[in-house]
Design a protein around this ligand. Structure first.
Ligand SMILES: N[C@@H](CCC(=O)N[C@@H](CS)C(=O)NCC(=O)O)C(=O)O
Length: 230
């Protein structure tokens, strides 16, 4: 494979899933480098490359391209297979895509990550109030996302976009902590469409052997378990 693109990632990471889905949708190959941020030496070397220390990080011909939404725009502009796109040409629709990308990152991904972070702490340092807030934030986000999806197949209309790349991993892990209630049927149907989408299904498949390390694994639906582990 000849590519100028290197992706520093971890197969379990939700933001890495967002970019893996986008790369698959855009038909772009990258050289993947798995990173273990729990290893002090690997973390130090990675922070030298990009100071926030957040994954994924795309490097294009030696130049860091950080932040998942920026990465996806960069890849679409410079590397996408002709005819494939995740940010529409129409500027008004593109603005809606960027809005819903932000909404999924900030109002689903962020509280979901807070719940994961809490489970990774020693029991004595758990934050009961923070957990209650994160759970309530997810439940309330589900309601307004459901409203958006009442009339749309994907989050901003008929086309699968960058916003859906953000939605898939955010909802995937969030549902393990706070399953959708019966009053959000459009959201539940949207989630089923997301996980059936081939690029999303392939991204989930590459993570299956790693789900045993996901702190919220007890809430993961059975269909997402690794068949090799029963
Ligand atoms: N805004 C960032 C968020 C990336 C992010 O939160 N990545 C998580 C993994 S899903 C991470 O690097 N966590 C490790 C850490 O914070 O040390 C983006 O869109 O790229």
């Amino acid at each position: 494979m000849t590519t100028t693109l290197t992706l520093h990632y971890h197969p379990l990471s939700s933001y890495c899933h967002k970019v893996l889905i986008a790369l698959d949708e855009l038909g772009v190959e990258v050289d993947k480098r798995m990173l273990n941020l729990g290893d002090a030496d690997e973390r130090a070397a990675f922070v030298d490359l990009w100071p926030t220390g957040k994954i994924p990080l795309l490097v294009d011909a030696g130049r860091p391209v950080p932040e998942t939404s920026i990465m996806i725009e960069h890849v679409q502009r410079h590397h996408a297979t002709p005819g494939r796109r995740l940010i529409p040409e129409d500027p008004e629709h593109a603005l809606q895509v960027r809005l819903w990308d932000r909404l999924f990152d900030q109002y689903v991904m962020t509280p979901m990550q807070a719940l994961t972070a809490d489970l990774l702490r020693p029991a004595a340092q758990r934050d009961e109030l923070g957990v209650a807030h994160a759970r309530a934030a997810l439940a309330s986000a589900y309601v307004w996302i459901d409203r958006q999806l009442a009339t749309r197949r994907w989050s901003t209309g008929d086309d699968f976009t960058m916003a859906d790349c953000a939605a898939a991993p955010a909802l995937f892990y969030a549902f393990a902590y706070v399953p959708p209630a019966a009053d959000v049927p459009h959201l539940t149907a949207y989630f089923d469409r997301l996980v059936d989408r081939p690029a999303v299904a392939r991204t989930i498949d590459q993570a299956r052997p790693w789900f045993k390390y996901f702190p919220g694994r007890a809430g993961l639906a059975r269909r997402f378990h690794d068949p090799a582990l029963g």
